[in-house]
Design a protein around this ligand. Structure first.
Ligand SMILES: [Zn+2]
Length: 406
């Protein structure tokens, strides 16, 4: 799933490989089954299994009699053996999660980012929030595999540096985020673009392979797409794949900063929807946390039957559907997951997008597009960032065999 990484792996390639197989077997896997699957000798497998048990990664289940011969003793992952931290830096709210080895959230916190122009204050704040979360969750530091951070692009994913994400506080601009946070927390840190992290989170919890080829449409302060191809997230050369803000979906729509009209980013921007629905007066200048608060009002009005809000959502859904159809024509994925921090405020948008997609005359798919709502809700990018850490530690890659020293 991931190319080179500075996060620590579980151990040797064999150990990671065996753990990966155990993790994917909900009923557990016995030593003989694992030997057959890996091609390792019974002796090697027994050694690897003993090490995994000694280090607390797996536990021995109750022996089950299976025909003549020795009963089968399943080895199961201990989800609590280690954990990972995920942080989502969003203009309106920072979300922090701790996930266990299955990717399940065991602790969660949210905070409004401090409005400051001092980068070191932001980093210290974040490190403090990490310590607080670990303390509240009762998690010992030596169980933490590392920290994954999801941030708006553009960024340098390999180095973990931010460029000038227009949606984040200027104090984050050009910050070597991974390095600063590593120094402040003493933990390994990896940084990923938010939409890619969201796709990773969905993939990690998708044991059925339904999302091997899929598009994640992320709706937050900005709109973006996380793409999965052959079961792996598509990062692109610099880790910034998935910028769909300038797909033209409304040819006579509002002007965009890029010079075109009706780009997806401006067409369905939360600010525009709030103005169209009459929740904000035209030309309002509002901060990101304020937009979040107004969207809660927008959702409440929709729940109360406000037709103007509902019509606004339907129109936005139509615009989003045009973008989805274009992306799907390019990728032939046929599965689209929608979510992101502000998605839930657009009541009924999922059904409206599905309808508009199915009625589209521009679609080239032969099977139709399946639209799914994210299972991870507003935490999706934070959970995905934490899953990056798990993935890095728990997924065996043949390339690990080629790297002698890391
Ligand atoms: Zn544009």
């Amino acid at each position: 799933m991931r190319r080179g990484s500075n996060l620590p792996a579980v151990g040797t390639y064999n150990q990671t490989l065996v753990l990966d197989l155990i993790r994917r077997a909900p009923e557990g896997a016995s030593r003989s089954e694992l030997a057959a699957l890996t091609g390792l000798s019974a002796q090697t497998l027994s050694n690897v299994a003993r090490r995994l048990v000694d280090e607390g990664w797996v536990v021995e289940g109750t022996p089950v009699a299976a025909g003549p011969g020795k009963p089968r003793t399943p080895l199961r992952l201990d989800p609590t053996a280690r954990c990972a931290i995920g942080i989502h830096l969003d203009p309106a709210v920072d979300t922090l999660v701790v996930v266990d080895l299955t990717g399940a959230v065991v602790a969660h916190s949210q905070r409004t980012p401090r409005q400051t122009d001092d980068t070191s204050e932001l980093v210290a704040d974040l490190a403090h929030a990490v310590e607080e979360l670990l303390r509240d969750a009762g998690v010992a530091r030596d169980r933490v595999l590392g920290v994954g951070v999801a941030a708006p692009g553009p960024l340098d994913a390999d180095r973990g540096d931010l460029f000038e994400p227009p949606l984040l506080l200027p104090a984050w601009h050009h910050a070597p985020l991974a390095g600063l946070l590593r120094e402040a927390t003493g933990l390994a840190v990896t940084v990923e673009k938010d939409v890619i992290a969201a796709m990773v989170g969905e993939l990690w919890t998708d044991t059925a392979g339904a999302l091997d080829d899929a598009i994640f449409v992320y709706y937050g302060a900005g709109v973006g797409a996380g793409l999965a191809v052959d079961g792996s997230p598509l990062r692109g050369r610099t880790g910034n794949a998935g910028d769909i803000a300038h797909l033209v979906v409304e040819p006579d729509g509002p002007e965009c900063g890029c010079g075109q009209r009706g780009c997806l980013g401006v067409a369905i921007a939360p600010e525009r929807l709030l103005v169209d629905a009459g929740v904000l007066p035209p030309k309002s200048v509002v901060t990101a946390p304020e937009i979040r608060a107004r969207l809660a009002e927008f959702a409440a009005r929709s729940d109360a039957g406000d037709r103007r809000v509902q019509a606004t959502v339907t129109k936005a859904a139509g615009s989003l559907a045009r973008g989805i159809v274009q992306m799907n024509n390019l990728l032939d994925a046929d599965v689209v997951v929608v979510g992101g921090p502000l998605w839930a405020s657009l009541r009924g948008a999922g059904a409206a997008v599905a309808r508009a997609v199915s009625e589209s005359s521009e679609t080239a798919t032969v099977r139709g597009i399946r639209l799914l709502e994210s299972r991870l809700g507003t935490d999706v990018a934070a959970v995905g960032a934490a899953c990056l850490v798990l993935d890095s530690a728990l997924t065996a890659r043949p390339t690990d065999l080629l790297i002698a020293s890391r």
